[in-house]
Design a protein around this ligand. Sequence first.
Ligand code: GLU
Length: 310
Amino acid sequence: MPTQDSLDFQKVFSQLSTQIKQLENYGEVASYIPELSKVNPKKFGIHLITSDNQHFDYGDSQEKFSIQSIAKVLSLSMAFRLEGPSLWERVGVEPSGNAFNSLSQLELEHGIPRNPFINAGALLICDVLVSHLNKPKEEFIHFVRKLVGNDTINYCERIALSEKEHGFRNAAMVNFMKSYGNIKNEVHEVLDFYFHLCSIEMSCAQLAQAMSYLSSNGINPLNNEEVVTPSRAKRINAIMQLCGFYDEAGEFSFKVGLPGKSGVGGGIVAIHPEKYTIALWSPRLNAKGNSYRGMKILEFFTTQTKSSIF
Ligand code: GLU
């Protein structure tokens, strides 16, 4: 027996092709990582998984893309699990109001990044994982594969290398934090792990599955294992709400009204706790580095289904 929610979701999914035709595909694909600029800018995919495991799917939702910064939610979850609350002595939980790769705030705040989702914060989280894990890349991808229930999920070496060759700002940030004593491992090791993390490829369907624990109180719905405690799932969602869209987090809250995280590959994941996880991909980015159509379609979706958290 379909619920009212699932009827609403079905209705909105059936309206998507008309919506997308009416919407201009503004913006540019990310080019500061040269490999990312090779993507077809017309791609559009979306996948929703409800907490009772119904799937809604549209467009290029089974095609893999570079998830980039969305992976930072997964690395934060793993680091929080391993390190516990002492994590917050080394990274904050406040919105930055600055670009994702800004250096200036880091100096003012003595090498403690504002939050785990700006690049400096994500690099710090990588340092925590490098300290805890024997084989960080292997163990992390294993963690992600378990979340998706799919052993083919992998890093893209081509993209990781492309980013390494152009990642001067990220290198500057790690060095800068190291000068304050807030990076414990070798700079090159932290950077290598970070570039790989960002290079993970997944489809919208896989991404929605991977993040479903955040709409299920921290439980992986595929195997009922606890990924993070319910309290930590709440905290990670809160950080997404405040910091998931760089200096456009307020706009995303205002228009869409869900915790979420974007990546410069054009992906967005958004969570409605205890209701659904939705993943979307459209590579052209707006001026703040977030998917132009992704933001618009999610606004349409939560408005039509009246399913924002506010
Ligand atoms: N790998 C990208 C960078 O470090 C991630 C940026 C993003 O997706 O926000 O610049």
